[in-house]
Design a protein around this ligand. Structure first.
Ligand code: BES
Ligand code: ZN
Ligand code: ZN
Length: 502
């Protein structure tokens, strides 16, 4: 796929298809006339008729394909509804490009396509978003599809995408393309890891993927085996791994540029399959539980992005990876574990395993003396109940960090919504025999109770927790997010890290 800057006037663009966005409050013929005076009035008149017949009014996502009959350079002019103009920001250009990638990509007649941008603010931001959107929208996981199986609607036909209507230098354009492509490719890498079934994407494979990322040169990777983290005292993490035949791995990726002034740890939940353990899940809730390593894959995607962007801030990626299985050696409900900071945990529910593995990862991160910690995890069904698939929950001990993450998410086109961490929630975690128990009362503030548990393993340094159980998986394509594991969080973390680059 090639991305190029197109500077010709609308009528002179020589792509197979030119896509022109039209706002709901505009008349397409006026827009076209304003952009390029050379369109003939007969062309415009027939277009107006056509648009009326097809009831094209520029509604968001509405598409109208106009025959150009050799009157202009391109073969097809597509009008694309952009919705209300006052709401149009870079996030909309991302959505637009993603939808185009999905809807026009499979048509063999579209070898080249030009997207005419209608940006009202920073053109560079729009270009970056459009490139991101295109690569994200065109994503498909085809590894297990037979080659000759037809009907794959997303087989890509477009080989060249040009961006027209952008007032931008070619240097800025290239920067925007590189930035957009890096984020989208990192997201797609993470999506691939989630899409792999649990029988393939084991903790061992996850560790291999981490090593692969470290081959890029600027990031280093260490993988610890059970004996090693047993010595470190990670009793909470080891407890979860007990029921699984697959060996658990503790993965640490380090990026530390010599001039960095700050350091951030990003911790991912790497449960490669969550059966619930002996507190076993019903079949329906288990169906997609290969995505319980989404946090880990987001961390890997982010480290891959760092390889390319090399920001000036130190980042440590930490992944605790294991299956959660009900083997004969599995945790019994009621078992007591000792985490790396010495706190004892009564496991009243083996399905609340994410917080158990994160506990040791958080203590480990604190011991590494990083300036701040962000963990990302498909942690609670309660978060899906509270926020649905639209947003991830965010909680933490530092409002500034939380606010900056929410802003970064907004810019990136992802949504974070803060849930409270009231002291009252600590009561849910009171155990009769240990310092804490791992699961609170069913149906009561589950996401906050889980975050309250995590807080017990942070030594007071700034920490934020992202619960991506909801937006981590969707069943239907939506804009730049394709159905299946979404790798929600890569874009937010990338923006946040860039913001901290000095
Ligand atoms: N991985 C699940 C959370 C989850 C649920 C993610 C649905 C995505 C979709 C987690 O390990 C879990 O099972 N949590 C329990 C906690 C409870 C036992 C306190 C839950 O949410 O039911
Ligand atoms: Zn679970
Ligand atoms: Zn889980």
């Amino acid at each position: 796929m090639q991305f190029k800057l197109e500077t010709s006037a609308l009528s002179q663009i020589s792509a197979d298809t030119v896509v022109l966005g039209i706002f709901q409050d505009e008349k397409p013929e006026k827009v076209i006339q304003r952009l390029d005076k050379t369109f003939s009035s007969s062309f415009l008149k027939s277009m107006v008729r056509f648009a009326q017949d097809e009831e094209f009014i520029g509604k968001n996502g509405q598409l109208l394909q106009l025959p150009t009959q050799g009157q202009i350079q391109c073969k097809k002019l597509v009008l694309w509804g952009l919705g209300k103009s006052e709401q149009y920001a870079a996030n909309n250009s991302r959505k637009l490009a993603a939808n185009l990638a999905r809807r026009l990509n499979s048509n063999g007649a579209n070898k080249s396509l030009s997207i005419y941008l209608r940006a009202k603010d920073s053109h560079k931001k729009h270009v970056q978003a459009a490139i991101e959107g295109w690569i994200l929208g065109a994503y498909k996981f085809t590894k297990y599809k037979s080659v000759d199986q037809n009907g794959d609607a997303r087989k890509s036909a477009v080989v060249e995408v040009t961006i027209s209507g952008a007032q931008i230098s070619s240097r800025e354009f290239n920067e925007a393309v590189n930035a957009g492509a890096a984020i989208a490719q990192a997201t797609n890498l993470a999506r691939d890891l989630i899409a792999e079934p649990a029988c393939y994407m084991t903790p061992t494979r996850l560790a291999q993927e981490a090593k692969k990322i470290a081959r890029g040169g600027v990031v280093s990777c260490t993988v610890m085996d059970r004996e090693q983290f047993e010595k470190l005292g990670m009793g909470s993490f080891i407890g979860v791994a007990k029921g699984a035949k697959e060996p658990p791995k503790f993965i640490v990726l380090k990026y530390s540029p010599p001039k960095a002034k700050r350091s951030i740890a990003v911790i991912g939940k790497g449960i490669t399959f969550d059966s619930g353990g002996l507190s076993i899940k019903p079949a329906q809730s288990m169906e997609h539980m290969k995505y319980d390593m989404s946090g880990a894959s987001v961390v890997l995607g982010t480290m891959q992005w760092i390889n390319q962007l090399q920001p000036n801030v130190a980042v440590m990626g930490i992944i605790a990876a294991t299956e959660n299985m009900p083997g004969s050696a599995a945790l019994h409900p009621g078992d007591v574990l000792t985490a790396m900071n010495g706190k004892t945990i009564e496991v009243n529910n083996t399905d609340a395993e994410g917080r158990l593995i994160l506990a040791d990862a958080l203590v480990y991160a604190c011991q590494q003396q990083v300036d701040e910690i962000i963990d990302i995890a498909t942690l609670t069904g309660a978060c899906v109940t509270a926020l649905g698939r639209a947003a991830a929950g965010i909680m933490g001990n530092d409002q500034k960090l939380i606010d900056k993450l929410i802003e970064s998410a907004d810019e990136a086109g992802e949504k974070l919504w803060q849930l409270p961490l009231f002291d009252e929630y600590k009561d849910y975690l009171k155990s009769d025999i240990a310092d804490l128990k791992n699961a609170g009362a069913r149906g009561e503030a589950g996401s906050s109770a889980a975050a309250m548990f995590l807080k017990e393993f942070v030594d007071g340094r700034p920490w934020a927790h992202l619960d991506i159980a909801g937006p981590g998986w969707i069943d239907k394509d939506k804009d730049e997010i394709n159905k299946g594991g979404t790798a929600f969080g890569v874009r937010t973390l990338a923006r946040y890290i860039l913001r901290n680059s000095s």
